[in-house]
Design a protein around this ligand. Structure first.
Ligand SMILES: *[C@@H]1O[C@H](CO)[C@@H](O)[C@H](O)[C@H]1NC(C)=O
Ligand SMILES: *[C@@H]1O[C@H](CO)[C@@H](O)[C@H](O)[C@H]1NC(C)=O
Ligand SMILES: *[C@@H]1O[C@H](CO)[C@@H](O)[C@H](O)[C@H]1NC(C)=O
Ligand SMILES: *[C@@H]1O[C@H](CO)[C@@H](O)[C@H](O)[C@H]1NC(C)=O
Ligand SMILES: *[C@@H]1O[C@H](CO)[C@@H](O)[C@H](O)[C@H]1NC(C)=O
Ligand SMILES: *[C@@H]1O[C@H](CO)[C@@H](O)[C@H](O)[C@H]1NC(C)=O
Ligand SMILES: *[C@@H]1O[C@H](CO)[C@@H](O)[C@H](O)[C@H]1NC(C)=O
Ligand SMILES: *[C@@H]1O[C@H](CO)[C@@H](O)[C@H](O)[C@H]1NC(C)=O
Ligand SMILES: *[C@@H]1O[C@H](CO)[C@@H](O)[C@H](O)[C@H]1NC(C)=O
Length: 765
C-alpha cells in the first residue's frame, strides 16, 4: 500500500524528535529490573527477561504478538509498509487492525496471514460513517506505548483506544479499552491478508449468539502461487453475556469508490472480484451501553468454522484475560527454564539476548533449532519428526517448508534428512518410547535419497542433479545433497546396515564433484562451482551474489533466470560447506595455514553474512584447523557486531528463529554439528549454565572456571581469561577452564572435530 506523498516530510520531522518511538521505554526498564532482581533468586521468572521486540526493526520480521510455545495463534497488529510478520516498530507506519495468525521471522516477501483482522473504531457519525476500508481505518500509535511479553501484546492507538491480546494454542482473547463515554465500533475483515491473496470466502453473523464466523482461502506463504490454503475464524462478541450488541451488519469496498454498509445484513459470500482487483469486505458492529472495555474471544482453525469455535470453547471457555495470560506465561516459563544460567554473574545483555532467543526459537521451529531442541525437548522433537515421516507416508516424500497445510518451496535440498537423522543419532535408544520407528524413519530417508519426485521444487530432491530437469542452484544443491546423504549414512550406521553406510558415505563425498581447483578469487584458489550436464564446470565468479557483488540486479534466489549456481549465497560462502568432512576441505584449500588465512579474509573482506545460513558454521571453522582460540575471538566479534537487545538487534530476518537458535548456541559457547552428536566447545558468555532434559531426567551443568565478564565484548582485551584451556566431563558436570594465554589455548591437543576422511564418525554413539 502506498502512502500519500505529503506524509514524507512529516516522517522526516517526526523521526528527529527524540523520544518518539516504540516500544515503550518502560519495557526495557522492566526487563533490566527483573534481571537485576533475579540475581539471588533460585526460581527466577525467565519470561520477565524476554524482549519480544528484538528483531522487529532492520527487517528482522519477528512477530512480537501474543502466543504460546509453538502456538498456531500469534496475535499481533498488522501494519502498513514492509511488515511480513504484521508488526513493525517503525512509528511512522499505520495500524490496520489486530489479527490472530502470523509467521515470525520470514524474509523478503509480503508475508503470510494477517487474515481475520479486527480494528476498533470511534464512529462519531454512527454506523454508516465508519471508516471500514483498509486505507480509511488505519491509524498511528501513541508514542512509546507498544508493549509485549510472552503471552501478551498491547498497543495504544493515537485516538486512545488500547488494544491488548493474549493467546492459547488455537485461540485468544482480545481486550479493547475505549475512551470515556465513547461508543465502541469494530470492523472485522473477511478478505484482507498481508500479501493480498484472498481467493474467496464467506462470513456469517449470528446476532443472537453474538458470533461471527469466517472461512476462506488465501495464497500459499512460501510456495507456488497457485496453491491456496483454507482458514477459519470464530469471533465471540458478547463476553459470555456481559456485553450487548447495538448495531451489526456487513460492509464492502474497493479502491475505485465502492464503500457500502449493509446495516442488519448477516451474510457475505465473496469470490474474487470478477473484473479484477480485490473486494474489501467484512462485518461491522457496535456495542450498547458505552462500555469502557470490550472483550472478544477468537478461535482459529485450518479445518472448519465449527472447529474454530470449538477451539475457542475448549481452550478458553469463559476464562478471563488474566487467567489465559497466566496460563500462557506458565507454558513459556516451562520452555525457558530448560536452560538456566548464573544470572548474578552473567552480563545483563547476555541474559536478555539468551532468553529472548530461546523464546523466539519456540515460536516457530526451523532447521537450526533442532540441535537445540535435541538437548532439552526430545518429546516435541519426536512429534515433529513423526510429522516429517507422516508426510512421507502420505505424500511419498518428507515435506520441505510446509506451512498452512500446503507444500512449500525446496530451498537447499531435502533438509528433513538432516533433521530426522539428528533426532535418530541422539535418541535411537529411546526412539520407540518416543513413538518413532527407526526403520520407518530410515525408509523415509532412503526415499529422499533414491526416488526422484515428479516435482522436486516442493518435496524430496532431484536425485541426479546433472541429468534431469531444469538446471538451477546446481552448486549449492550438490553440497546440500552431499550433507543430506551423510545424514542418511548416520542412520544406516545406527541400524547396522554396512552396505548402505558404504554407499552413502561415498555419496556424502560428492561435495568434491563441484570443487573446481582452478578458480581463483582474491588470491585464493579452489572454489565450489556448478557444472553443466556434460560434466564441464560452468564458471561463476565466487563474488557473485555475495555482499561484495556490485551487480544488484543479479537473480540469486529461486528465480528461473538464476544462473549463479548457489541459492541465496555466493560461491565464496558455500565453498566452506562440508560439515562432515572439513578436514578434506582444508586439504582442497591448500592446508591449515591457507585455510586459516582464507577464513580470516572471508570475514575481513565482508563475504560473511551473519544472517545467512550457509555462513552459520564459518566462525567456528578455525577449530578444524586446530586454532580453537581464533573461533572464540571470531564468535565474540560476530555476536557483538550483529546482535543486541534493541528492535534492530538482528542482522536481518530471524528466518523462523534460525538466527535465535544460532545466537543461543554462540552464547552458550557450543556449536552442534548437525546429524551428529558432536558439539564443539567455545567460550561461554556466562559463567555457569544448566540444561535440563526432563524426558531423560538428566541435567547437564557447564561451569566456566576463570570466567571474566570483561571478556564478553566484541574484542577480548589482552590478558583477559576467555580461551579454553581444558575441559573435564564428569557425568552431568562439565568444567571448562579458561585462560588468558591465547597461545596456550589455541590447540585442540589432538582432539580435532571429526571428519569422514580422517576416520571420524566411525561408530554410532
Ligand atoms: C545477592 O546476594 C549477594 C551475596 O549474598 C549480595 O551481595 C547481593 O547484594 C545480592 N543481590 C541482590 C540483587 O539481592
Ligand atoms: C458461496 O458462493 C459460491 C459461489 O457463488 C457457492 O459455490 C458457495 O456454495 C457459497 N457458499 C456459501 C457458504 O454460501
Ligand atoms: C558442456 O556443455 C557446455 C554448456 O552447454 C558447453 O559450453 C561446453 O562446451 C560443453 N563441454 C563439452 C566438453 O562438451
Ligand atoms: C547484472 O546481472 C544481470 C543478470 O545476470 C545482467 O543481465 C547484467 O548485465 C549485469 N550487470 C552488470 C553491470 O554486470
Ligand atoms: C592440520 O592440522 C592438524 C592438526 O595439527 C593436522 O592433524 C592435519 O593433518 C593438518 N591438515 C593438513 C591438511 O595439513
Ligand atoms: C547493552 O545493550 C545496549 C543496547 O544495545 C547497549 O547500549 C549497551 O551498551 C549494552 N551494554 C553492554 C554492557 O554491552
Ligand atoms: C524420568 O522420570 C520420570 C518420573 O520420575 C519417569 O516416569 C520416567 O520414566 C523417567 N525417564 C527416564 C528416561 O528415565
Ligand atoms: C585444567 O586447568 C586448570 C587450570 O590450569 C588446572 O587447575 C586443572 O588441573 C586442569 N585440569 C585438567 C584435567 O587438566
Ligand atoms: C603462554 O603459553 C605458552 C605455551 O604454553 C607459553 O610458552 C608462554 O610462556 C605462555 N605465556 C605466558 C605469558 O604465560
Amino acid at each position: 500500500m502506498k502512502h500519500p506523498s505529503c506524509l514524507f516530510p512529516f516522517i522526516l520531522v517526526s523521526l528527529a524528535i527524540p523520544g518518539l518511538g516504540q516500544p515503550s521505554p518502560a519495557l526495557q526498564k522492566r526487563i533490566s529490573q527483573a534481571i537485576a532482581a533475579a540475581a539471588n533468586d533460585s526460581h527466577p521468572d525467565y519470561t520477565a527477561f524476554v524482549n519480544p521486540f528484538i528483531g522487529t526493526d532492520n527487517y528482522g520480521d519477528v512477530c512480537p504478538g501474543a502466543s504460546v510455545p509453538f502456538g498456531m495463534a500469534k496475535f499481533s497488529t498488522d501494519m502498513t509498509g514492509y511488515a511480513p510478520a504484521g508488526y513493525v516498530v517503525d512509528p511512522t507506519q499505520f495500524i490496520r487492525g489486530i489479527s490472530p495468525l502470523h509467521d515470525s521471522g520470514t524474509g523478503s516477501s509480503l508475508g503470510t496471514y494477517g487474515n481475520f483482522e479486527i480494528m476498533p473504531l470511534l464512529c462519531p457519525g454512527g454506523f454508516n460513517s465508519c471508516t471500514t476500508k483498509l486505507a480509511d481505518r488505519q491509524r498511528l500509535r501513541k508514542s512509546n506505548t507498544d508493549d509485549a511479553s510472552p503471552g501478551y501484546f498491547s498497543q495504544t492507538l493515537d485516538n486512545d483506544i488500547k488494544i491488548e491480546a493474549t493467546a492459547t494454542r488455537r485461540a485468544g482473547l482480545e481486550r479493547f479499552r475505549f475512551p470515556h463515554r465513547s461508543k465502541p465500533y469494530f470492523v472485522l475483515d473477511l478478505a484482507n491478508d498481508l500479501p493480498v491473496s484472498f481467493a474467496g470466502g464467506q462470513l456469517n453473523i449470528d446476532p443472537q449468539q453474538g458470533r461471527v464466523t469466517i472461512g476462506g482461502r488465501w495464497g500459499s506463504s512460501f510456495g507456488p502461487g497457485r496453491f491456496s490454503y483454507q482458514a477459519f475464524a470464530c469471533y465471540d462478541l458478547l463476553d459470555g453475556g456481559k456485553q450487548k450488541l447495538s448495531e451489526y451488519g456487513v460492509w464492502t469496498g474497493d479502491s475505485v469508490g465502492l464503500d457500502a454498509k449493509g446495516l442488519g445484513q448477516t451474510h457475505l459470500n465473496l469470490s474474487l472480484n470478477l473484473i479484477g482487483g480485490v473486494y474489501q469486505s467484512g462485518a461491522l458492529f457496535s456495542y450498547a451501553n458505552r462500555p469502557k472495555t470490550v472483550n472478544i474471544r477468537v478461535g482459529v482453525s485450518f479445518r472448519s468454522e465449527e472447529q474454530a469455535c470449538a477451539n475457542a470453547d475448549s481452550e478458553i471457555g469463559s476464562s478471563t484475560f488474566e487467567e489465559i495470560e497466566a496460563k500462557a506465561k506458565a507454558l513459556w516459563l516451562e520452555k525457558l527454564s530448560k536452560v538456566e544460567i548464573d544470572i548474578a554473574r552473567t552480563p545483563p545483555n547476555v541474559t536478555e539476548m539468551l532468553y529472548s532467543s530461546l523464546y523466539r526459537a519456540s515460536l516457530t521451529p526451523f532447521r537450526t533449532f533442532y540441535p537445540l531442541m535435541a538437548l532439552h525437548s526430545p518429546v516435541e522433537f519426536a512429534q515433529i519428526v513423526d510429522n516429517y515421516i507422516d508426510g512421507w507416508r502420505k505424500n511419498g516424500w518428507m515435506p520441505e517448508c510446509r506451512a498452512n497445510n500446503l507444500p512449500g518451496w525446496t530451498q537447499g535440498g531435502s533438509s528433513a534428512d538432516n533433521i530426522v537423522s539428528h533426532f535418530a543419532v541422539y535418541y535411537h535408544n529411546e526412539a520407540a518410547r518416543l513413538g518413532i520407528n527407526l526403520n520407518e524413519l530410515y525408509s523415509a530417508l532412503v526415499t529422499d535419497g533414491e526416488v526422484n519426485p515428479p516435482e522436486w521444487n516442493i518435496q524430496g530432491r532431484q536425485v541426479n542433479v546433472y541429468n534431469t530437469g531444469r538446471q538451477t542452484r546446481e552448486g549449492s544443491r550438490t553440497l546440500e545433497y552431499a550433507f543430506e546423504d551423510f545424514g542418511i549414512r548416520q542412520v544406516a550406521q545406527l541400524l547396522g546396515n554396512a552396505e548402505d553406510v558404504a554407499k552413502y558415505t561415498q555419496r556424502s563425498l560428492s561435495y568434491r564433484n563441484v570443487w573446481d581447483p582452478s578458480v581463483v578469487s582474491d588470491g585464493f584458489k579452489g572454489f565450489s562451482q556448478k557444472r553443466y550436464p556434460n560434466g564441464t564446470f560452468a564458471y561463476t565468479n565466487p563474488i557473485d551474489c555475495s555482499p561484495n557483488d556490485k551487480n544488484d540486479t543479479r537473480p540469486c534466489s529461486l528465480q528461473g533466470n538464476n544462473v549463479n549456481g548457489f541459492y541465496e549465497s555466493s560461491s565464496w560462502e558455500y565453498s566452506w560447506y562440508a560439515p562432515h568432512d572439513t578436514a578434506h576441505l582444508i586439504q582442497l584449500m591448500g592446508g591449515n595455514a591457507t585455510f586459516i588465512k582464507r577464513l580470516d579474509h572471508f570475514f575481513d573482506a565482508g563475504y560473511y553474512l551473519a544472517g545467512n545460513e550457509p555462513s552459520f558454521q564459518t566462525p567456528i571453522g578455525y577449530h578444524y584447523a586446530n586454532h580453537p582460540a581464533k573461533s572464540v575471538d571470531r564468535v565474540r566479534e560476530v555476536v557483538f557486531t550483529n546482535f543486541d537487545i534493541t528492535p534492530a538487534g538482528l542482522p536481518g530476518n530471524d528466518d523462523q528463529a534460525a538466527m535465535a537458535s544460532l545466537l543461543s548456541f554462540h552464547l552458550l559457547g557450543l556449536y552442534p554439528v548437525p546429524s551428529t552428536t558432536q558439539l564443539l566447545i567455545l567460550s561461554p558468555f556466562t559463567p555457569k549454565y544448566t540444561i535440563h532434559n526432563s524426558f531423560l531426567n538428566i541435567s547437564t551443568t557447564v561451569t566456566t572456571v576463570n570466567f571474566d565478564p570483561r571478556s564478553v565484548q566484541k574484542t577480548i582485551p589482552a590478558g583477559t581469561a576467555a580461551y579454553v584451556k581444558n575441559v573435564t566431563i564428569n557425568g552431568g558436570e562439565v568444567v571448562i577452564t579458561l585462560t588468558a594465554n591465547k597461545t596456550e589455548a589455541d590447540d585442540c591437543l589432538g582432539a580435532l572435530p571429526e571428519s569422514i576422511s580422517t576416520g571420524g564418525f566411525s561408530k554410532a554413539r
